[in-house]
Design a protein around this ligand. Sequence first.
Ligand SMILES: Nc1ncnc2c1ncn2[C@@H]1O[C@H](COP(=O)(O)OP(=O)(O)O)[C@@H](O)[C@H]1O
Ligand SMILES: [Mg+2]
Length: 174
Amino acid sequence: MKLLKQGAEALLFESEYLGRKAVVKVRERKKYRENSLDEKILSERMRAECNLLSRAKKAGIRTPAIWKIDTKGLAITSEFIEGETLLEELSKTKKAKKFCAEAGKIIGKLHANNIVHGDLTTSNILLHKNSLVFLDFGLGSISSKIEDFAVDLLAFKKTFAATHYKIIREWKKC
Ligand SMILES: Nc1ncnc2c1ncn2[C@@H]1O[C@H](COP(=O)(O)OP(=O)(O)O)[C@@H](O)[C@H]1O
Ligand SMILES: [Mg+2]
C-alpha cells in the first residue's frame, strides 16, 4: 500500500477495495503509553470514528463510506475522497467565505443530530467537487449538552484563527 498521509494519530494509505480506490487508516501505537491502555484508547477511538461517521452520514452529512473494519489491526478501510483539504483550499480559492459558511452550516447539522466532532480543523474537512466532506471523528462523541457543542465550536475557532490568520486579516480589511 502507498503511504498517502501521516495524520496526527494515524497513517493513511492509498489502497483498493473490491476494485475501488480506498483509503486505509491505521492508528499508530504510542510507545510512551502502557500497552493495554494504548490498545484501549486506540480501539475506543476507532469505534467512535466508525459510529460517528455512519451516524453523520445518516443525518445527511457527507462523510467517506466505511467499507471494512479491522479491530485487531486498528484499521478502517473507507472510500477514497478525491480533493484537497479545506486547509489547502482556503488559501487558493476566492470562495473561502462561502466554504466557511458552508462548514458552519454542516457543523450546525452535526450538533442538531447530537454529534460532537471533537477535532474540528480545516485538515479534517475535504473539498470534493465543491462539497465539503467531514473526516476524522475519532475524538468525537454523542451528546445533547449545549456546552459540548460550544467547546467543539470554540476549538474550531481557535485552530482556525491560528492556522488561517492571513485570511482573517483579509476579511477584517473588507
Ligand atoms: N477517505 C479519505 N479520502 C481521501 N483522503 C483522506 C481520507 N481520509 C483521510 N484522508 C486524508 O488523510 C488526512 C489524515 O486523515 P485523518 O482521518 O484526519 O487522520 P488523523 O486522525 O491522523 O488526523 C486527512 O487530512 C486527509 O487529507
Ligand atoms: Mg485529522
